[in-house]
Design a protein around this ligand. Structure first.
Ligand SMILES: *Cc1c(COP(=O)(O)O)cnc(C)c1O
Length: 353
C-alpha cells in the first residue's frame, strides 16, 4: 500500500527555526525576530479591541477600507495595492501566480529564509546568488543569473540578515538590466529604518516598470507583527494576479482595522522609528568600540559577522537574557530592542572582546 507522497521539493523544506515568545516575567529580551519593542501606536489597540467585537462576522474580503487608506497614504490608485497575511505570504503568492514547476526564482544568499521555502512550496527552482563579502547584493551577478526560465527575482533591501541596503541608482540600473517579463519583487520590510544616501524611492520607479512589486509590512516599524498584515504596491495587472491567488478572507477583522488606524498615526510612528535608529547608532558605536566590524546597518537589527564564534556568542547572549539569532559559522543577527537590551548587548560585546 502506498501512502500519499508530498512533492520532493516539499519534503526537502528544512524544519523552521522558531523561538518561543518570552514568557511574562522570564526577564528575557527577544532580539531574534526583529520585532518592534513598542506597544501599538496610540489609539490602535482601542480600534483593534472594538473590531474584535465583530469577530462573528467575516472580514471584508475585498479589503476596501484598507486599500483606500493605503492608496491615499502612498498616492497610488486602489488597484495598485494588495494586502496579505504578513508580507511573507507574497513570496508564496508570487511563485504561485508566475511560476510553472521548474521555473526559476533568483535571490541573493543569505537573505530572508522565507524565499527558498516559498519557491519550494510552489515547485519552482531556487537560484541563490552569493552576497558580496560585505553582505551586499551583487546585483550584476543577479542580473546575469536570469535565464529563459526565470520568472521572479527578489531583492531584499535592507537585507535580512546583513542589514545592508541597495541604493536607488543601483536598483534603477538593475531594473533596466532585467527583462520586463521577469517580476522583480523588492522586499522593503525595513524601509522605514533606512538612513543612507540615495535611498530607494520605489514608488517613483513603478510607472516605468510594470514588472516591479514593492513588498512591505506592518510587522516591523508599525509594530503589528502579531496581527499578520503586509501589503504590496505594483502595476494593476500584477496586483490583480496577487489578489487572485490570495487565500480568501486572509486579513482578519482585527488586522484590517488596526492597519487602517496605524496609517493615521504617521508622526508617532516616525518618532518611534527615529528613537530606534538612535538606539541603532548607539549599538553600532558600542560594538565598534569593542573591536567588532560593522558596516552601517539600515534595518532595526545589526549583523555581527562572527563566523565560527557565532554559536558561542549567541549562547553567551542567552546567559545575559538576550535571545538573538545565530547562523552557525556565519554570524549573529540581533534586533535593536529596548535600551536595556541594547545595553546588555554592548556589555556582552565588550566582555567577549
Ligand atoms: C520580517 C520580514 C518580513 C515581514 O514578515 P511579515 O510576514 O510581514 O511579518 C518580510 N521580509 C523580510 C526580509 C523580513 O525580515
Amino acid at each position: 500500500m502506498s501512502l500519499p507522497e508530498p512533492r520532493p521539493s516539499v519534503l526537502a523544506i528544512p524544519a523552521i527555526h522558531s523561538d518561543p515568545p518570552a514568557a511574562p516575567g522570564s526577564g528575557l529580551f527577544m532580539l531574534s525576530y526583529n520585532e518592534n519593542p513598542y506597544p501599538p501606536l496610540p489609539g490602535v489597540l482601542e480600534v483593534a479591541a472594538a473590531a474584535a467585537g465583530r469577530m462573528n462576522r467575516y472580514p471584508d474580503m475585498a479589503n476596501e477600507e484598507l486599500y483606500a487608506a493605503l492608496a491615499a497614504h502612498l498616492g497610488v490608485d486602489a488597484d495598485q495595492v494588495v494586502a496579505s497575511t504578513g508580507s511573507s505570504s507574497f513570496f508564496y503568492q508570487l511563485v504561485q501566480a508566475y511560476c510553472e514547476p521548474g521555473d526559476e526564482v533568483v535571490f541573493a544568499w543569505r537573505a530572508f529564509e522565507a524565499y527558498p521555502v516559498a519557491a519550494a512550496a510552489g515547485a519552482a527552482r531556487v537560484v541563490r546568488v552569493p552576497l558580496t563579502p560585505e553582505g551586499r547584493h551583487d546585483l550584476d551577478a543577479m542580473a546575469a543569473a536570469v535565464t529563459d526560465r526565470t520568472r521572479l527575482v527578489i531583492v531584499c533591501t535592507p537585507n535580512n540578515p546583513t542589514s545592508e541596503a541597495v541604493t536607488h541608482a543601483e536598483l534603477a540600473a538593475f531594473l533596466r538590466a532585467v527583462p520586463e517579463r521577469v517580476v522583480v519583487a523588492v522586499d522593503e520590510a525595513y524601509l522605514e529604518f533606512v538612513r543612507m544616501d540615495d535611498p530607494i524611492r520605489g514608488l517613483a520607479l513603478l510607472p516605468e516598470h510594470p514588472n516591479l512589486v514593492l513588498v512591505r509590512t506592518f510587522s516591523k516599524a508599525y509594530g503589528l507583527a502579531g496581527l499578520r498584515v503586509g501589503y504590496a504596491v505594483a502595476a494593476a495587472p500584477v496586483v490583480s494576479a496577487l489578489r487572485a491567488v490570495a487565500p480568501p478572507f486572509g486579513i482578519s477583522v482585527v488586522a484590517q482595522a488596526a492597519a487602517v488606524a496605524s496609517l493615521e498615526h504617521e508622526p508617532a510612528l516616525l518618532a518611534r522609528v527615529d528613537a530606534l535608529v538612535g538606539e541603532r547608532d548607539r549599538v553600532v558605536a558600542g560594538l565598534t568600540a569593542s573591536g567588532l566590524t560593522l558596516h552601517a546597518p539600515q534595518a532595526n537589527f545589526v549583523w555581527l559577522p562572527l563566523r565560527e564564534r557565532a554559536a558561542e556568542f549567541a549562547a553567551a547572549a542567552r546567559q545575559r537574557g538576550l535571545v538573538i539569532r545565530a547562523f552557525a559559522d556565519e554570524g549573529c543577527r540581533v534586533t535593536i530592542g529596548e535600551p536595556e537590551a541594547n545595553d546588555r548587548l554592548i556589555e556582552l560585546a565588550h566582555a567577549c572582546g
